[in-house]
Design a binder for this molecule. Structure first.
Ligand code: SF4
Length: 384
């Protein structure tokens, strides 16, 4: 599941016995910088293996499966099973053996299928149920993992369960090449890069673009869902702050004056008005950027007249704090606190030279100021 949803893959692309992941699928470019690559077979669109950068969680999951396969191979060798002669690279990672009283571990390969676990549907902690929210979306739905990827991408900074996983496995960043490619605002840049590459890159370009059009549909669905949820919460009086929350309240107040609106329709009308204007969420650890594709983009605080573009790379609590497209709530304060404690740890551990240390200290100070100001705006206690 981790490999499938963290890479927005279809289940067959991961577990299929012929085209799914085999032992040796993981390529390590740099262990130190945690740069890993896996070639996934792309069903439907390209029908061949295309390399993707993967995160550390995917790497750990693949390595764990490889350890299991190595154990099977050692047992095979010890028992003299003919499968022991098979090249390790030819062994599907999602194959397993049955335990047997007579043979200890059976020699025949069995294959894992997600539907084998469908009986766990009633378990309320089942992560698929949480992500899908609908039994109709269980393992048999081909898009369930892509949808889960989109849900994690949008909710990762405000969902305590996801944050808990993040602490446990240390790293679950989704900032892979895929996130970049699926960002409609970055797509033009990506296409320019590919256009300058030799023909050999053309295959990959076509595969990525076809793939991402598919994934983007799912991203749009989840993003709109999230936006609708937030508009509803803002209107119901939940604690939100940022220029965009004010803007929603203003539109709501204006619409409220039209007496023909029923309460539910009113929320829906606000949502449609916001959507029509092109707003769409872009998640950051300090909140969301709701700029989307709105007309008045120059009003954004990260917009630069010098090059007529937005510098999303500069997004930070202080930069976005005064921006009319910024939206944040209490859940994001926890993220900032985590970032601050990670920085504090780094400073205390030593090992940084003068320049890096000064920069980290400056970042920490800015973060602490942002946390204090955010707590004040949200009217919550600053525990830091
Ligand atoms: S300043 Fe922040 S909130 Fe405003 S447009 Fe830029 S990234 Fe979005």
């Amino acid at each position: 599941m981790l490999i499938t949803f963290m890479n927005a893959r279809r289940r067959g692309e991961v577990i299929h016995k012929k085209v799914g992941l085999m032992r040796g699928a993981l390529q390590v470019h740099s262990e130190k910088m945690k740069i890993y690559e896996v070639a996934f077979y792309i069903l439907k669109t390209y029908k061949k293996k295309i390399p993707f950068y993967v995160n550390e969680t995917t790497c750990l999951a693949i390595r764990s499966l490889e350890v299991i396969q190595t154990c099977y191979s050692r047992i095979d060798t010890a028992l003299g099973h003919s499968d022991a002669l098979t090249s390790l690279e030819d062994i599907p990672l999602f194959s397993y053996r049955r335990f047997s009283v007579a043979e200890c571990v059976g020699a025949t390969l069995k294959f894992f299928g997600f539907s084998d676990y469908a009986r766990d549907q009633d378990n309320p902690t089942n992560i698929i149920i949480e992500a899908g929210g609908d039994r109709g979306l269980m393992f048999t739905d081909t898009h369930v993992f892509r949808r889960m990827y989109c849900l994690v991408a949008f909710y990762r900074y405000e969902n305590r369960d996801i944050m808990a996983i993040s602490w446990q496995i240390c790293h679950m960043d989704l900032k892979s090449v895929r996130t970049y490619l699926t960002d409609p605002m970055s797509r033009k840049d990506v296409e320019t890069i590919y256009a300058k590459m030799p023909t050999e890159a053309e295959d990959r370009r076509r595969a990525f673009i076809a793939e991402d059009a598919d994934l983007e549909r799912e991203m749009t669905r989840v993003g709109n869902l999230k936006m609708a949820e937030e508009i509803d919460e803002i209107i119901s009086g939940e604690k939100y702050t940022g220029g965009f929350a004010k803007y929603i309240r203003k539109i709501h107040a204006r619409f409220s004056k039209v007496v023909s609106f029923e309460t539910d329709n009113l929320v829906e009308s606000v949502y449609h008005a916001i959507k029509r204007r092109g707003h769409f969420p872009r998640p950051y650890s300090h909140g969301e950027c709701m700029l989307g594709s709105v007309g008045n983009r120059k009003a954004a605080r990260c917009y630069s007249m010098a090059d007529d573009r937005h510098h999303f790379e500069d997004a930070s609590p202080s930069k976005c704090g005064g921006c009319r497209f910024h939206l944040t709530k209490v859940a994001y304060v926890e993220n900032l606190r985590l970032e601050a404690s990670a920085l504090r740890r780094e400073i205390e551990e030593g090992g940084l030279d003068g320049f890096a240390l000064a920069r980290k200290k400056r970042d920490l100070k800015a973060l602490e100021t942002s946390i204090a100001s955010l707590c004040e705006r949200l009217e919550i206690e600053n525990e830091g």
